[in-house]
Design a protein around this ligand. Structure first.
Ligand SMILES: Nc1ncnc2c1ncn2[C@@H]1O[C@H](COP(=O)(O)OP(=O)(O)OP(=O)(O)O)[C@@H](O)[C@H]1O
Ligand SMILES: [Mg+2]
Length: 237
């Protein structure tokens, strides 16, 4: 029998007028895998997440979640089916306490797991403070908590560590790695911070000008001359 994948994307494409932002992008993620999606600014990473989640007009390509074809599903239907996402910019309400926001998200997802999620992300001790009152690093963990509340099968994260210190980034990465292992959570992670990427990803897909430049194990990708030329050159000179 052929191996089954938790997320299978085939031929993802998005055009804006005459400009092709994403061209025939395909990849497959195994259950429990953390896949890094990397590439320069404008490579198409956020667009790829939009097309996967059915955001915007006319998402093209086939998306299968746990074997089910969800290509015809709306954004909301995909979320209910188990595809969750966090955005590049923080999505939280500054005036609510952290616990209130997580409870709100749990109610919306018809789940009763807000205390578990607060605990998992080390947010219990600060749960009764308004989100505006905690550090930016803590706010990004709240973002992650909100995306996790529905116990998704697949989590798409768009630069969760943006703006964090190295310690905060690595703490976020550790939480993610541990959750992925214990919950068998499958993650597609867009991140510019290569320390985070190389610390937790099982495999990497590199996008360049809207297309897949290569895919492989972190060490293979790191030493691929094309990747170094197109993206990593400035990071690992
Ligand atoms: N709504 C839009 N209309 C027209 N062009 C767009 C639109 N959204 C994105 N693009 C273009 O599509 C390309 C891919 O953008 P995208 O945001 O997916 O890149 P990215 O890899 O996420 O970059 P970054 O690392 O800066 O977040 C860019 O050239 C961008 O300018
Ligand atoms: Mg982006």
């Amino acid at each position: 029998m052929s191996e089954t994948y938790m997320l299978e994307a085939t031929g993802l494409t998005r055009r804006y007028g005459g400009f092709t932002a994403l061209n025939n992008v395909s990849f497959r993620l195994k259950k429990g895998e953390i896949r890094g999606l990397i590439g320069s600014n404008g490579a198409g990473k956020s667009t790829c997440m939009d097309v996967l989640t059915g955001r915007g007009r006319n998402p093209q390509g086939v998306v299968k979640l746990d074997g089910q074809d969800i290509s015809g599903f709306s954004e909301r239907e995909r979320r209910i089916a188990g595809l969750s996402r966090s955005f590049q910019k923080t999505n939280i309400f500054p005036e609510l306490t952290i616990r209130q926001q997580v409870e709100l998200a749990a109610r919306r997802a018809e789940m009763n797991n807000s205390e578990e999620i607060l605990e998992e992300l080390s947010l219990s001790a600060i749960a009764d403070r308004p989100a505006s009152d905690v550090s930016y690093g803590d706010q990004r963990r709240v973002d992650l908590a909100l995306a996790l509340v529905g116990r998704p099968k697949v989590l798409l994260l768009d630069e969760p560590a943006a703006g964090l210190t190295i310690e905060e980034s690595l703490s976020l990465a550790r939480h993610l790695r541990s959750l992925a292992e214990r919950w068998q959570l499958t993650v597609l992670l867009v991140e510019h911070d290569m320390e985070v990427i190389f610390a937790i990803c099982d495999r990497l897909t590199v996008l360049h000008l809207g297309e897949v430049l290569t895919e492989g194990l972190p060490d293979e990708v790191r030493s691929n001359p094309e990747v170094i030329r197109a993206y990593l050159g400035s990071t690992f000179a």
